[in-house]
Design a protein around this ligand. Structure first.
Ligand SMILES: Cc1cc2nc3c(=O)[nH]c(=O)nc-3n(C[C@H](O)[C@H](O)[C@H](O)COP(=O)(O)O)c2cc1C
Length: 207
């Protein structure tokens, strides 16, 4: 099942400098669902298509775009809980799996990270790491440059999501301390996708 997302808003009353200044990691969320429009805006900030050449909101080495987003919806208005894939070209979500139990989400983190189960949404950033490594094999150090690029791109994506979350007044934390094999299993990632980050998002408790 494919869900078209609301078109992203291209105006904001929040200043970029103000968002950079006030950005913080937030790990405590209210039980209220995240509006679908907020999720749409965050996904567009992460990987949305911008401009006429099908380029995206975050930079990508050689324009390869190896990052793919798997979204674990726990509480979002108008969407049933489950696992979704973001399609940047059509700005839509495809339902690919059922609801993930709270306990399984909690166990994805290294150590006790309850925000993984408490978030309204967890955006799983994954990468076609092998493609990136092969594509940049000719660049030294051989076989490593492509992987470096993938993690740099993940960082750029995460910062966009952080700043967009700040502008929208919702909480966000980047979790990179996770158990790779559990994430692969729980998110049912195909073998070519490696997880690179989890972004927990939710309405702020006192908002
Ligand atoms: C590469 C990276 C990995 C991180 N991993 C985690 C994590 O696994 N769990 C977590 O709660 N926060 C994680 N964070 C968030 C940091 O703890 C946070 O950015 C730091 O404490 C500074 O606080 P601030 O983001 O509020 O400015 C990570 C941040 C980065 C940049």
């Amino acid at each position: 099942m494919v869900f078209e997302l609301p078109a992203p808003g291209l105006q904001s009353s929040e200043s970029l400098v103000g968002c950079i200044e006030s950005r913080r990691s937030s790990r405590e969320y209210s039980k209220a669902p995240l509006p679908l429009g907020v999720l749409s805006q965050l996904l567009w900030s992460a990987q949305g298509v911008t401009g006429a050449e099908q380029k995206r909101s975050t930079p990508s080495a050689g324009g390869l775009y190896p990052l793919h987003l798997k979204i674990v919806v726990q509480r979002v208005s108008e969407l049933e809980p489950g696992t979704y894939e973001y399609d940047a070209d059509s700005h839509s979500l495809k339902l690919v799996g059922g609801c993930i139990p709270e306990g399984a989400m909690h166990e994805l983190g290294i150590g006790n990270q309850p925000w993984l189960k408490d978030a309204a949404v967890v955006i799983g950033v994954t990468a076609k790491l092998g493609d990136a490594v092969r594509n940049f094999e000719h660049q030294p150090p051989q076989g490593e440059r492509g992987a470096c690029y993938v993690y740099m791109e993940t960082g750029a994506l995460a910062q966009n999501v952080y700043l967009q979350s700040t502008a929208l007044g919702v909480g966000c934390v980047l979790v990179a301390g996770f158990d790779d094999s559990r994430v692969k299993k729980v998110l049912r990632l195909p073998s070519e996708l490696e997880p690179t980050a989890l972004l927990c998002i939710g309405k702020l408790r006192d908002a």
